[in-house]
Design a protein around this ligand. Structure first.
Ligand SMILES: Nc1ncnc2c1ncn2[C@@H]1O[C@H](COP(=O)(O)OP(=O)(O)OP(=O)(O)O)[C@@H](O)[C@H]1O
Length: 280
């Protein structure tokens, strides 16, 4: 963890935690996903170590870090998809176990078995399982809602296609439609722009910005540093430990990027991003 002195603005919350616990508690109550002391390990070495994160409501946050930094692990362990060694996770101040339905999760496309024989509309209908009920019958109203979600991502014409017959970008849109069907408060997406063309990226970002306008929160693992400032309001930088968290203008700095990526990110690349220098 870089010290508050090295990156004063990127460590807003660290200083906050120590000095103003009441305000921190209020932030956690308002947060669609707050994590305290999260440690996850697949073997001897932790993949995520002692991480605190307080994601912002009604905002778009990018989770940024190099390959293997623990970004996906942070999302999956927060959701309970993989076990935590330690850590508390709350959703609007409630234990996540009581509020899981407030979160829609779009996994990494590469982690999904696309050969599974199912149609596009059936995938989106899975997002409606709470309103349908586990053994309930799918009715016209559910199909109409699923089609509406497909329409929002530009995939309504593909509703009866097998998912294995879609391109990567189309598959990504369908998974986004499934998340929309859940009508969640927080949308967690793992690399939503990976391997998609420019038109699909635009379509996805427009949908995500639309969610923010409807006062939902969006948190996405994101690799393209060049689009962070255009797409996101907040950033969370991680490399096994939390490096920095805060508004893009404060926490997305040359210093915090160097601390996150180390020698893997050339200074020339950071210069091209045209970001504020923290002046330290
Ligand atoms: N199921 C698993 N079993 C063992 N190790 C794993 C498993 N999943 C992830 N890891 C390891 O945990 C570390 C963090 O992985 P994770 O996928 O969370 O990183 P990431 O930041 O999302 O990376 P990327 O940007 O490459 O997707 C890596 O070293 C990875 O090899």
């Amino acid at each position: 963890m870089i010290t508050p002195k090295a990156t004063p603005s990127g460590n807003v919350e660290l200083a906050f935690d120590q000095k103003r616990p009441a305000e921190t508690a209020q932030k956690i109550e308002r947060s669609p996903l707050a994590v305290r002391g999260l440690t996850v390990s697949y073997g001897q070495k932790p993949a995520v170590f002692s991480v605190d994160a307080t994601f912002e409501p009604e905002a778009m946050t990018a989770i940024i870090g190099p390959n293997g930094a623990g970004k996906s692990t942070l999302l999956k362990a927060s959701l309970g998809v993989i076990p935590r060694l330690s850590g508390d996770v709350t959703v609007f101040g409630q234990p996540i176990e009581l509020a899981r339905e407030k979160i829609a999760y779009v996994p990494q496309r590469a982690s999904v078995d696309w050969d599974f024989p199912t149609t596009v509309i059936d995938v989106v209908l899975m997002g409606l399982y709470r309103s349908v009920g586990l053994l309930g019958r799918i009715k016209g109203v559910h199909r109409a809602r699923a089609l509406d979600c497909l329409e929002r991502v530009g995939m309504a014409d593909f509703s009866s296609r097998q998912i294995g017959q879609l391109s990567g970008g189309q598959q990504q849109r369908v998974f986004l439609a499934r998340a929309l069907a859940q009508e969640a408060e927080l949308y967690l997406l793992d690399e939503p722009f990976a391997g998609v063309d420019a038109a699909t990226e635009r379509a996805i970002i427009n949908v995500l910005k639309g969610l923010k306008e409807r006062r939902k929160a969006v948190v996405a693992v994101h690799h393209d540093l060049a689009t962070v400032q255009a797409y996101f309001d907040h950033v969370f930088l991680i490399n096994v430990r939390k490096i920095a968290e805060g508004p893009v203008a404060d926490a997305f700095t040359a210093d915090s990027l160097h601390a996150t990526y180390g020698g893997r990110l050339a200074t020339a690349h950071i210069d091209q991003l045209n970001i504020a220098d923290s002046g330290v």
